[in-house]
Ligand binder design. Structure first.
Ligand code: ATP
Ligand code: MG
Length: 557
């Protein structure tokens, strides 16, 4: 890990851990990151990952990657593989510390039997709908199920028959016998095992009953000797249940659950279920679509893992819920790339310029020198080929310049970055009156872009040589949702931004841009940060815009 101040990080979780260490409560700090393999990791998960793995590192402890694989109808090996890949990419090492809740199915089953034997669990044949209506509400107590007082022997028999596949899904379930009057709905005889006739990615058809999250989680923590089970605030109301199981089962280790607020980011959604819906509805092309807030999407968009770690680190860990502006995230990304990214030139909306007084001989070779990264001398220089025909950005020219427009116009002089001063002599239009070409003159004495006699030239434009540049497609990404909080005024899916992708197919790149692989983000001068898409080839280059150069959000809201 390269972040500075690792040892100085401070938040209420780290305070608790320091206190526990001082009180000699644990030999070793053990945490876990417990994704359900039912989708790809998103930036919200990154917050949990950096906390769990970060704490383990800082306190010389251990963090397990535990796949919480208790719902085979939603889970898939594809997700397990993707999660491992993304974690490694984010910079965390889990090597031999991979666990699966399914590793503990036998043990969890034995614990369920222990509860039945203690008269603390019963098999219920209420349908899921009936169970819901019996549960009551926050203002009304629940009603006890007619099955609640079944004999232990009958419960044992029925539970075994559930396990043996004698019943259909939804016909029976195993419930903890706690308190139907409890003010905490989670304690109103929660279901702890349900029937699911589904093939599990790891245990295949060995089981047709699966533990519920609440029954699996704390016990898995205990098995792994987790000391601090860190989860998001929505589990706060589950903590009494987490503790109830640990108290009522013969388990020596007693992990403790602590809750922190989840990351919410504006103009996107951080929920695997909803992200999957975006894919299924065709609003994005997949989990790694560059518009997705998934780690795979951010990677493909060109966001470096260091920027993600830095971003979540800056947010800190608290108990207060809030929404972080997407612009804050993008600023962090920009800060990183500003230091690390090499600079190149590309033109997105080309306007051709013919420099009339420039040598016409195609053999004439004019090589200029350009700085690769003003923030890192080690990146050195490159050679740029100039020629009689170049492209500039269409919007860098105005036929009737407005007051604050200092770029090219008829009779005006501008600097071409690293090259020459040019002056516009003539504007060529097509029949419809569209500007299609400019005729310019250059000043050979201004080579390198210097004004030879000290005359003032305000505008500096980026450009590419028409003869040497490579044609490419460039994808610009706008916010995925038009609303800061999708769904705040109705159905969240209605707020999908239908113009979140702008694909420009007539862009021109300085040739050396094609040397960069998709894992390296570069700056296109004056435009923003970009990286090669996964599907980019030498023949058909495709680049994704990571972020524009400046914060464009202020204008939007
Ligand atoms: P989702 O709602 O996206 O499905 P989840 O909480 O169901 O998220 P899990 O795979 O169960 O996803 O999450 C693994 C861990 O990541 C959990 O400990 C969870 O609390 C944490 N986590 C998930 N989303 C966030 C978030 N937005 N911010 C911080 N932590 C999160
Ligand atoms: Mg979940």
């Amino acid at each position: 890990m390269t972040e500075k101040n690792l040892s100085q990080k401070n938040d209420f979780i780290r305070e608790i851990i320091r206190g526990d260490i001082a009180a000699n409560l644990h030999e070793k700090i053990v945490t876990r990151f417990p994704p359900e393999p039912n989708g790809y990791l998103h930036i919200g998960h990154a917050k949990s990952i950096c906390l769990n793995f970060g704490v383990a590192q800082e306190f010389q402890g251990l963090c397990n990657l535990r796949f919480d694989d208790t719902n085979p109808t939603k889970e898939d090996q594809i997700y397990i593989d993707a999660i491992k890949f993304d974690l490694t990419w984010l910079g965390f090492n889990f090597e031999n510390n991979i666990r699966y809740t399914s590793d503990y199915f036998e043990q969890l089953y034995d614990w369920a039997i222990e509860l039945i034997n203690k008269g603390l669990a019963y098999v219920d044949d209420l349908s899921p709908d009936e169970m819901r209506s019996y549960r009551g509400t926050l203002t009304e107590p629940g009603i006890e199920s007619p099955s609640r007082n079944r004999e232990i022997a009958e419960n044992l028999d029925l539970f075994e028959r559930m396990k043996n596949g004698e019943f259909e899904e939804g016909k029976m379930s195993l419930r903890a016998k706690i308190d139907m009057q409890s003010g905490n709905l989670n304690l109103r005889d929660p279901v702890i095992y349900r029937i699911m006739h589904a093939n599990h990615p790891r245990t295949n058809n060995n089981w047709c009953i699966y533990p519920m999250y609440d029954f699996g989680h704390g016990q898995s923590d205990a098995i792994e000797n987790v000391t601090h089970s860190l989860c998001t605030l929505e589990f706060e109301d589950h903590r009494p249940l987490y503790e109830w199981f640990l108290e009522n089962l013969s388990i020596p280790s007693k992990p403790k659950q602590y809750e922190f607020s989840r990351l919410n980011l504006s103009h996107t959604i951080l929920s695997k279920r909803r992200l999957l819906k975006l894919i299924e509805c065709g609003y994005v092309t997949g989990w790694n679509d560059p518009r997705m807030p998934t780690l795979a999407g951010l990677r493909r968009r060109g966001v470096p893992p260091e920027a993600i770690r830095d971003f979540v680190g800056r947010l800190g860990v608290t108990k207060s819920d809030g929404i972080v502006e997407m612009s804050y995230f993008e600023n962090t990304v920009r800060e990183h790339l500003n230091v690390t990214a090499q600079r190149r030139m590309a033109v997105l909306n080309p306007l051709k310029i013919v420099i009339e007084n420039y040598p016409e001989d195609p053999q004439f070779k004019d090589e200029l020198e350009a700085t690769n990264n003003p923030n890192n001398e080690d990146d050195g220089f490159r050679r740029l080929l100039f020629s009689r025909e170049i492209y500039i950005e269409h919007n860098d020219f105005m036929e009737n310049p407005t007051k604050k427009f200092f770029r090219l116009g008829p009779g005006r002089e501008v600097r071409l970055r690293y090259a020459y001063l040019i002056i516009c002599k003539e504007v060529i239009k097509d029949k419809k009156g569209n500007i299609i070409e400019l005729r310019c003159h250059y000043d050979p004495a201004s080579r390198g872009g210097n004004s030879p006699d000290g005359r003032k030239v305000k505008g500096t434009l980026h450009w590419v040589s028409a003869n040497h540049s490579k044609k490419a497609t460039i994808n610009l990404y706008n916010e995925l949702f038009t609303e800061a909080i999708p769904g705040s005024n109705g159905d969240w899916i209605e707020d999908v931004n239908k113009t979140s992708l702008e694909s420009l197919t007539n862009c021109f790149l300085e040739p050396s841009i094609l040397d960069f692989k998709s894992n390296t983000t570069i700056q296109f001068e004056r435009l923003g940060y970009f990286c090669a898409d996964l599907n980019s080839t030498q023949e058909n280059p495709i680049f994704n815009r990571t972020v524009p150069l400046r914060d464009t959000w202020a204008k939007k809201t």
